[in-house]
Design a binder for this molecule. Structure first.
Ligand code: FPP
Length: 251
């Protein structure tokens, strides 16, 4: 990564979104929360289309967190149903459009039918190169890091790796996102300004854009505005905005 990238930079290659505000969108209209999620799925479809058209190569969407299991059982099963419907209904179209689908999050505690569906979506689309859609499902960053740490500890105990050789790259290689570059931009909708256990490791140097727009209303204009905000930021990765004049510094 080069220090001192200036404002006016190109669109980010990897955008991650915390899709928030479905419930409030429905509540404001006197509709059931489920209607908010249904409209949220429509917004999700639009976001994938818009990302492709705006030159975003990787789009990661937080669709269900490890904490979301605490919601009422009816809402949980509705969200699981939406995921199933999304994969079953949209996979053909995504595949035809050259979209590679990746799912991050814990797999072991998923119901067998959902696990099969997720694996199927990944297998069918694995050679697509136009764009990557990463669906974070049953995802929590702390859970992901714990699973990676457990793998490393198991390998160290079995003598397959040397514990002293564990570094950032080795830990990153055990995360669900091992094959993906870090996001440059994380967007959260609905006016909340929290990271909520999303990509804690991967977003170490990301820019954050918080928009008051509720997720079902996150349309092309809102996406473009978030990208424009990113373009106005200056990314330094802990360095300085201008190259250091070492000679002058030494003088
Ligand atoms: C946040 O709204 C959104 C979610 C918990 C899930 C996001 C789900 C979708 C976009 C629908 C598609 C779903 C899948 C699984 C593909 P919220 O309910 O927290 O809204 P609130 O904060 O206003 O109550």
């Amino acid at each position: 990564m080069s220090a001192g990238q200036r404002a006016g930079q190109a669109n980010p290659g990897h955008v991650a979104i915390i899709m928030d505000g479905n419930g409030r969108w429905a509540q404001m209209r006197g509709l059931p929360r489920q209607e908010g999620h249904r409209r949220g799925l429509e917004a999700l479809r639009g976001a994938v289309r818009n990302a492709g058209e705006l030159g975003v190569k990787i789009l990661t969407l937080y669709s269900f967190s490890t904490e979301n299991w605490r919601r009422p059982a009816t809402e949980v099963s509705f969200l699981l149903g939406l995921l199933k419907r999304f994969v079953e209904k949209d996979l053909g179209q995504l595949h035809a459009a050259g979209v590679r689908v990746r799912v991050i999050g814990g797999r072991d505690d998923l119901a067998a039918d959902i696990r099969r569906l997720v694996e199927h979506a990944e297998t069918v689309t694995r050679d697509n190169t136009r764009m990557t859609l990463v669906v974070a499902f049953n995802y929590g960053s702390r859970d992901e890091i714990v699973r990676a740490a457990r793998q490393l500890a198991t390998d160290a105990a079995a003598g397959r790796i040397d514990a002293a050789a564990i570094d950032e790259a080795m830990l990153a290689s055990r995360l669900d996102t091992a094959d993906l570059p870090d996001p440059e931009l994380v967007i959260r909708t609905s006016g909340e300004t929290r990271i909520s256990n999303f990509l804690l490791w991967q977003a170490a140097y990301a820019e954050f854009v918080f928009t008051p727009v509720l997720w079902p209303d996150f349309d092309r204009a809102a996406f473009e505005e978030a990208l424009a905000e990113y373009g106005r930021r200056e990314r330094r990765f802990g360095g300085l905005s201008e190259p250091v004049d070492r000679a002058a510094g030494a003088a």
